[in-house]
Ligand binder design. Structure first.
Ligand code: ANZ
Length: 957
């Protein structure tokens, strides 16, 4: 491998493109680009205003999902998306766009906080060190970022506005009629004037301040409420469901976890469920991601139906009101508040043994079952296991369509947090109900005619029959019958009947829940909220923002006796008396007063909910973003009715949380008139993952991939045979490859090309260090086509290229253009390679126009070598802002074919024509050919037989 050996190469050819040359070129141009502000994208106004000519161009906003600055730094898998957006952004710059491309850091996060807990080092210190490390790693790749626009979410000038947005959300409510958020002051005005009735029936004037605050809390888009959470006294923190084990203990530390109601902040994202769904239709996102969002929002059309019981009613939510006649029992969530109310003192006579769970009274059975259910997470409760558990409450309710008395159970497969927390069970047509009915020996009644041969006697079935496209049977009562109707018609008829009777109505239910927005952590944005002596929450005025994190002695939450459920979290911020208890004048006319600060912090998601807006106007201290600037980069336009970033690239793992939260914040800001774009990201693209081989020894432990020897298809580490599998890349699997290592061996341009050439961008692919050299060789051949390796002189000649070269060139231009526009970087590289090989094979000095076009073609992909060659070719302007070559259509058409023209059966001419030529066109060309004209010698034509593209036969008159 002499080509990769710099020392040998220097002797043979001192001006060869080597890793050392690449390193020198790359560092030099990166410095020049920085000094010249080459990637600065001008705004139409403000401190980033610039070249009006550029601003007049169409804009392109190209964005990455920004990274969390991990202390471990980047491996070669991380920059895949960053390189891709960089190639795209560079291409857009060369095709007449003003391109905004930059990168910030999503810098609040648990790892830095955990490190702080362990070492006492401030998380800001470790985070900033990690950011600086990452910045230098990224700089080495030659990414064309407008660095003036970069920031980290932990910068107080940034989180000032995160807090400001929180205040806007807190001070808003959702007007269901107007279908938009409005300032809460408008709601207060309506309550005051009586235009809108105050819930509870009293007048606004008659309410105390605390009562008013409670009423408004039911409307605010950010509100505090008592939410059931997983409280772990032993760790001193609440946990996500995913952090709790199946037996109700903490995954970390194995401490008991209790369901506790704690006061938490929430975002009323559910108010936007419909709009979040509808607006998906206009977005250019992968269908799979749209589907995940749709499922997450989970819109279900159905009905609420009241089942009378003891003069009251249990309301169920069902999507199959057409099956009401098949409801043979009911199930309530174990936590349902009505359970105690209807539970009788003793088991009714004749209660089935399997229904009681062996308990002496219904109260005992309910209590025991509740305790058992409380220890399971919702996910486990919903798992499609066949063995359904539950217990009879001793009560019966009335099926409103036929007056039947049906038993009421509690079972954990019904969740309190969905619908009404109560269901009517239709075992014949719902698989979970079927399993439960079998276990508890409950009647199963067919009301939807099976399309298979199982018959309508459901007692003989093995499973439920589920269909939305079948006929209803066995469904007639005194004044309503559904028999013979299809599912849809039956739903409509029964819903109308329920509504008329006043015992039910059609409704839409969403799976989406409000967003739990507070965390008991130090390293997050403090809430801009204080509480007065009455415990009423007030938002801080803008003049008091940012509310900065105080310095604290101890970053860890306080822990308690692990078994003491009667404790509640003590947040790291709450221990800081001077910070917590303050006297402030909020400017609300009440003068200076004592307040207590909110001591929770915001979740990691907060900072990434609006960062696309801050890049636009990053230094604005007066406004979130200047409206004119926002409109310029983000505003709605043809094909993008909701506006948004033109291209947003990131991993598919962010299908719901981040991408839903950011959409929600955009919509609130849009409703309140702060921005013109109700959607943040018009086009979304998910890049694949770079995977890597993991080598494991006989104990299954990963061994360093760099130390593996391969012999006859087997793999060895220190002589011991090891197993190879495909997995993630990372330190823990001992297979991380750093970008620096590859840059050192080949240069950043080679690394960029290799990552882009590995396969289609959206497909995952295995990293193979040995294959990187292929792209290095491409760059060496490219260099050699322009520069003499012995003398360093430019070898191109001022000559006209020949026809075949022109064809090769223009085909490449045409293909590369389309490929770069379509993010097909791997095929673009293949086309550049083909052209370059053509020139190499031709063996002669390359004509200047061809060399220049070739350099421009590769510039977005390998910007450093392109810049160097461009300058060597005599240009003084950067390659970055040159026009991308445009193909001449004459040379793009495929090679010609030879068409034989016969006159009276004798070949008279041969024509070179396009293989796509039409019969008519070919006839015209043939008849106009001079040899043909001569052969006809003025004779008229009787007949022309055309077989395009190969034959024309002319029969003279
Ligand atoms: C009767 C019925 C008959 C149902 C039938 C289904 C099939 P989606 O589509 O996901 O909205 N359900 C309602 N609330 C529930 C809760 N809190 N916990 C567990 N299950 C609940 O599902 C709606 C269906 O899920 C509802 O329609 C209800 O069962 C059940 F042949 O009612 B159905």
């Amino acid at each position: 491998m002499s080509e990769t050996n710099p020392a040998a190469a220097e002797v043979a050819a001192p001006h060869r493109y080597t890793a050392a040359v690449a390193a020198e070129i790359e560092a030099r141009w990166q410095d020049v680009w920085d000094a010249d502000g080459t990637y600065a994208a001008p705004n139409p106004k403000g401190d980033l205003a610039g070249d009006p000519g550029l601003v007049a161009k169409p804009k392109k906003y190209v964005m990455d999902m920004f990274p969390y600055p991990s202390g471990a730094g980047l491996h070669v898998g991380h920059p895949l998306g960053y390189i891709a957006t960089d190639v795209f952004a560079r291409f857009q710059r060369m095709t007449g766009h003003n391109v905004l491309h930059t990168l910030g850091f999503d810098a609040f996060g648990l790892p830095a906080e955990q490190h702080a807990v362990q070492t006492g080092e401030h998380p800001r210190v470790t985070t900033e060190a990690a950011i600086n490390n990452m910045k230098s790693q990224l700089r080495r790749l030659g990414l064309g970022h407008d660095k003036r626009r970069s920031f980290a979410t932990i910068d107080p000038e940034y989180y000032k506005w995160t807090q400001w947005i929180f205040v806007q959300i807190f001070n808003s409510w959702y007007d269901d009629k107007a279908k938009k958020a409005r300032p809460i002051s408008e709601l207060v005005a309506r309550f005051e004037s009586g235009e809108r009735a105050v819930p509870g029936g009293r007048s606004w004037d008659a309410l105390s301040a605390a009562e008013r605050a409670d009423v408004l809390g039911e409307y605010r888009l950010a509100y505090a409420s008592d939410a059931p959470v997983n409280w772990c006294p032993g760790l001193g923190t609440v946990l996500a469901n995913e952090e709790v084990t199946a037996d109700g203990r903490s995954e970390r530390g194995n401490f008991p976890v209790f369901k506790a109601k704690l006061r938490q902040w929430n975002m009323r994202i559910t108010a936007y469920a419909d709009r979040l769904l509808d607006d998906l239709n206009e977005l250019d996102w992968p269908e799979a991601i749209k589907l995940q969002q749709r499922n997450w929002i989970g819109r279900s059309e159905g009905a609420r139906v009241d089942f009378p019981i003891d003069g009251e009613a249990i309301t169920v939510f069902t999507t199959r009101q057409d099956t009401l006649f098949g409801a043979t029992y009911m199930v309530l969530a174990p936590e349902h508040p009505l359970v105690e109310k209807f539970t009788p003192a003793a088991w009714p006579e004749g209660t089935h043994d399997v229904w009681t769970g062996g308990h002496a009274t219904p109260a005992e059975a309910v209590a025991a079952y509740r305790a058992q259910a409380a220890s399971k997470s919702d996910v486990e409760r919903q798992a499609e296991a066949k063995d359904k558990t539950g217990v009879f409450t001793g009560a019966f309710a009335t099926n409103p369509v036929n007056g039947e008395q049906i038993p009421v159970f509690i079972a954990d497969y019904v969740l309190m947090g969905y619908g009404t927390g109560a269901i009517m069970a239709v075992p014949a047509h719902d698989t979970r109900d079927f399993a439960f009915a079998r276990a508890f020996e409950l009647p199963i009644r067919c009301v939807v005619e099976p399309s298979d041969d199982r018959g309508t006697d459901a007692s003989t079935w093995d499973d439920a029959f589920v269909s939305y496209d079948a006929k209803i049977v066995n469904s007639h009562g005194e004044d309503v019958s559904l028999d013979g109707l299809g599912v849809t018609d039956a739903k409509a008829r029964i819903t109308e009947w329920l509504q008329r009777k006043g015992i039910g109505e059609g409704t839409v239910n969403f799976r989406l829940r409000d967003w739990l927005f507070s965390r008991q952590r130090y390293w997050g944005e403090p809430f801009p909220i204080v509480y007065d002596e009455d415990g009423i929450a007030h938002s801080l005025p803008e003049s008091m923002l940012p509310l900065e994190l105080p310095e604290v002695e101890d970053y860890s939450p306080r822990t308690f006796d692990p078994d003491d459920a009667d404790t509640s979290p003590e947040t790291p911020l709450s221990r800081n008396q001077d910070w917590v208890d303050v006297t402030l004048d909020l400017g609300d006319g009440r003068g200076p007063r004592p307040y207590r600060r909110e001591t929770n912090t915001m979740p990691n998601w907060a900072g990434s909910c609006w960062y696309e807006l801050r890049y636009l106007d990053p230094h604005n201290s007066e406004k979130l973003v200047d409206p004119e600037i926002e409109q310029y980069w983000m505003g709605p336009r043809a094909g993008q009715p909701h506006g948004g970033v033109d291209l947003y690239v990131g991993g598919a793992e962010h299908a719901v949380l981040h991408l839903l939260y950011a959409r929600f914040w955009s919509k609130v800001l849009y409703d309140l008139g702060h921005i013109s774009s109700p959607e943040p990201f018009h086009k979304l693209y998910n890049q694949g993952m770079i995977q890597a081989f993991v080598y494991r020894d006989s104990r299954g432990f990963p061994v360093p991939a760099a130390e593996i020897e391969e012999r006859d298809g087997a793999f060895f580490h220190n002589g011991e045979q090891v197993k190879r599998e495909l997995g993630k890349m990372g330190k823990s699997l001992k297979n991380a490859v750093t970008p620096e290592a590859i840059c050192e061996e080949y240069g950043a341009d080679t690394l960029r090309l290799y990552e882009m050439a590995m396969g289609p961008l959206d497909v995952s692919r295995p990293w193979d260090t040995r294959a990187v050299v292929g792209q290095y060789r491409l760059l060496q051949r490219l260099w050699r086509n322009v520069v003499d390796e012995a003398t360093g002189e430019v070898t191109v000649v001022d000559a006209e290229p020949d026809e075949t070269t022109l064809r090769a060139l223009h085909k490449a231009i045409d293909g590369v253009r389309q490929d770069l526009e379509g993010l097909r970087f791997n095929t673009a590289i293949a086309k550049v390679t083909e052209l370059n090989n053509h020139l190499t094979k031709a063996g002669a000095a390359v004509p200047r126009p061809v060399a220049e076009s070739l350099v421009l073609l590769i510039a977005p992909l390998a910007p450093h070598i392109a810049e160097e060659l461009w300058r060597k070719l005599g240009h003084t302007d950067s390659v970055v802002h040159q026009d991308f070559p445009v193909a001449d259509p004459r040379y793009v058409v495929d090679e010609t074919v030879t068409c034989v023209v016969q006159v009276k059966g004798k070949v008279k001419a041969r024509l070179e024509v396009s293989p796509a030529i039409s019969d008519d066109e070919l006839e015209k060309v043939a008849l106009a050919d001079e040899k043909v004209v001569a052969a006809l010698d003025g004779a008229g034509i009787r007949k022309v037989i055309v077989r395009a593209p190969k034959l024309v036969n002319i029969v003279p008159a």
